[in-house]
Design a protein around this ligand. Sequence first.
Ligand code: PEP
Length: 257
Amino acid sequence: MRTPILVANWKMHKGVREATAFAEDLKLRLQAPDGVEVVIAPPFTALGALQRALQGSGIELAGQNLYPEAEGAFTGEISPAFLRDVGCRYVILGHSERRHGFGESSEFVARKVRAACDHELRPIVCVGETLEEHEAGRTAEVIEAQIRGSLAQVPPEASETLVLAYEPVWAIGTGRTASPGDAQKVHAMIRELLRERFGAAADRIRIQYGGSVKPENGYALMAQPDIDGALVGGASLDPASFFAIIRFERASGEAST
Ligand code: PEP
């Protein structure tokens, strides 16, 4: 009932030429992304080239960030309108590298989420605890605060366009992943928080897992009932490994039907 969503977060990797070559390769492997939604979040500078390269492929585009104003004197920032203009359907917001590396609070993330909704961009809202918080047994408390704060301004009619991504900070780029059982527990908790906030729509909101997802561990994670796909960093930089994760997600969908 929830179409799994796989997002390639390239972070600050790949210029125009490399991004285009990736798209051509992935299109050949994927043919049509039936049963899964496939999204690429390249650096801003490659969005235009990928919009052209991915036309008609069914593969969607995402921005990696936005500034919560339509336009104005905000040197170096990108507006939600510009992301729409260059073909984005999604935008990643509240990634841990933004929360922890650039000091973004949940209140600021909430403004961005609102701006995305106002421009018909679908926000992929990331939450996750640090290693210190994890070891102190504070995961539930941290996730709850991030969810409540980051989603504070979502208009009810936009709730089903949301995608959540649970990304334990200690798992991002480290090679460590949460066990499928532990990740499922956090995802189920997130869904309960979404139910409190949005009612029955919570069952239609997708919650991805992120943090060192690879072809070898993706299947077991995405086979969990509340894990609806993956946000993939490092393993999405190579078309063969990203495609392998997509293929395993399709297989886990078939196994559960
Ligand atoms: C990410 O960037 O969101 C991420 C999960 O990275 P990695 O897959 O490299 O851990």
